[in-house]
Design a binder for this molecule. Sequence first.
Ligand code: HEC
Ligand code: HEC
Ligand code: HEC
Ligand code: HEC
Ligand code: HEC
Ligand code: HEC
Ligand code: HEC
Ligand code: HEC
Length: 422
Amino acid sequence: MDGGSEKSAVRNARILIISIVGVCLVVGFILVIRLTAQANIPVSDERPDALAGSQDACVECHRQSSPGIVQQYSHSSMASANVTCNDCHVVSADYPGAIAHEGSYVLHSPSTAKCQSCHAEETAQYLQSRHALPSWVAVVGSKDLPADLMAQYQSIPEGQFAPNKERNAIAALEGEDITHFACETCHAIGKPAVDSSTGQCQKCHLRHEFSLEQARKPETCNACHIGPDHPQWEIYQESPHGIAYATGGYRYNWEAEPGTLTVKDFPAATCSVCHMSGFGGAPTTHDVGDRLSWYLFASVSQRRPDWEKNKQSMQSVCLECHNQQFVNDLYDKADNATLAVNAFVDQGSQIMTPLREGGLISPKAFDEPIEYQEFELWHHWGRTAKFGLWMQGPDYTQWHGAYEMVKTLTEMKAMAEDILNQ
Ligand code: HEC
Ligand code: HEC
Ligand code: HEC
Ligand code: HEC
Ligand code: HEC
Ligand code: HEC
Ligand code: HEC
Ligand code: HEC
């Protein structure tokens, strides 16, 4: 081999190496771009801007005065389907709550009646659920409901089961300046509007995107299902379903056509998959009570009127991913554990009975420390234990639930002794 061909061999090898490195860099770069794109680009950005070049007066002017609203709405599926600002906002001059605006009359807050005109089925299901009137009645009571709303309230099959209104005494202690931002914000999901239609769909379908992805994500439910008394969000986060969502949820098919969802779209369960989405044998529902067998929120839980049918619906969701034996086993054990929590709550009531019967504590609610203990026993710890065991949150069942119950019972006994011996 002469010197020249040796050099050209070295040069060829160099060119080869440089080419390989170059190709690797380009391929790597493309892969990184594609992966970050998949992980980060919100779906709404992939949908075309349906209002680009729109001549609609509302759109043109609001593009200046509130561009955020137009930007969000322009990427919604409703905008693509030619639903306009007018369809939700514009009403006749005599419509309750109408505001004169730029030559027409608009609603500041489109009510359920507006959504209902196009979404009758979802609205009908929602109105039969505890998210509707029962949730508002829970805070303000039913005595001031006008006749039509009273009839609607009374027609809700699971709506009137409503024991334990101790919280209302707490609301009274706190005062309306506070409860406006507290009880009423969450419970407004079922608040009647001025046109006397019920509820606020926008508590779950944030305006103006009205995106399925947003409604389906568990963070939407966590607006209200959170905290020491109903920590469904925290429980979900520590459950295997929540871990699967946190680590792989970006791959789920969030915009899948409703009613057709399968394990290919959602490989693990979300709040919506278990409680609302059409999945397995269970059809899509806006009645979140449809799949529940117990009234878990009560101090002492009892069965719901249609509990066997509801249980079957929920189980048909589980069965898409688990086998019947696994699910039966969990339900049997969870039924027993629910009864065990009931028994702890009963023990608390027995501690209080001689104090109440002997007139040793005042009839006024929440003016003595032991009443807070009695309340937290079921309202915080008992319910947390039940929610935890039904939704796979062992830490909530144990250290934020059952442990707090046995500790509280011990403290209540000591406090009751002191009062009896005074
Ligand atoms: C010429 C400009 C213009 C046009 C046309 C217009 N708006 Fe507005 N709109 C505004 C401005 C500015 C505000 C904010 C007013 C304020 O803050 O007091 C507003 C406020 C609103 C509000 C809130 C009302 C409230 O009191 O809270 C709604 C709802 C609304 N517009 C809907 C519409 C709809 C629907 C249309 C089409 C029928 C429309 N607007 C047409 C400029 C316009
Ligand atoms: C599908 C029904 C729907 C459509 C379509 C719609 N809105 Fe709304 N809009 C709502 C709802 C619901 C609210 C929230 C009311 C609340 O939370 O109190 C709202 C609130 C508003 C408000 C007042 C509150 C705020 O955030 O400032 C303005 C202004 C408004 N919309 C403008 C528009 C404009 C402009 C369009 C068209 C580009 C439009 N809306 C299309 C349902 C709709
Ligand atoms: C004028 C009729 C009309 C009104 C009023 C209306 N919608 Fe819609 N909505 C539609 C149509 C049509 C679609 C179907 C879009 C599609 O499937 O592509 C839709 C789709 C939706 C979707 C599904 C979004 C998706 O990506 O599939 C939601 C959620 C929704 N609407 C909520 C509401 C709410 C909440 C209100 C009241 C604040 C409301 N709509 C008022 C006609 C309407
Ligand atoms: C704006 C607050 C709010 C949001 C958001 C919310 N909920 Fe609720 N939810 C409530 C309230 C309040 C109740 C209690 C109603 C009652 O029994 O008085 C409730 C009750 C329930 C119940 C029990 C129903 C029954 O029959 O006892 C289920 C299940 C439920 N919600 C699931 C969900 C799911 C799933 C989501 C998210 C897709 C969600 N919720 C979003 C406020 C909310
Ligand atoms: C963070 C949101 C939130 C706040 C704040 C809140 N609640 Fe609730 N409340 C809920 C949810 C969610 C449930 C349903 C729990 C379940 O079904 O497991 C509920 C259940 C209830 C129930 C039992 C259901 C019924 O219809 O009897 C009552 C009563 C109640 N709340 C009253 C109140 C009162 C009074 C306040 C204020 C002192 C308050 N809540 C504050 C979210 C909230
Ligand atoms: C508790 C939260 C919640 C409330 C309140 C709520 N929705 Fe929904 N909505 C959802 C979820 C979650 C989905 C997606 C269900 C699925 O996975 O298929 C949905 C889906 C929808 C769809 C699309 C359904 C389809 O088959 O295309 C419409 C339309 C809709 N909702 C309208 C409404 C209307 C109208 C109201 C008020 C009467 C309302 N929603 C109240 C959570 C809610
Ligand atoms: C794997 C399915 C599954 C997931 C995921 C799930 N739940 Fe549940 N949930 C259940 C079961 C099962 C029950 C108890 C059913 C019964 O009573 O038979 C329940 C009970 C509840 C209750 C109690 C209702 C009452 O009687 O007081 C609420 C509220 C609730 N879930 C909300 C949520 C929320 C919010 C999320 C998400 C943060 C969620 N769930 C996630 C299956 C699930
Ligand atoms: C869409 C699929 C899917 C649905 C629906 C589903 N799960 Fe799961 N589940 C999973 C996955 C994935 C895991 C974690 C991996 C595993 O253990 O296989 C899991 C794990 C569990 C575990 C194991 C808990 C532990 O600590 O090991 C229980 C219990 C459970 N699920 C109960 C239920 C119940 C009850 C339902 C119905 C109310 C349900 N699941 C619905 C996918 C699902």
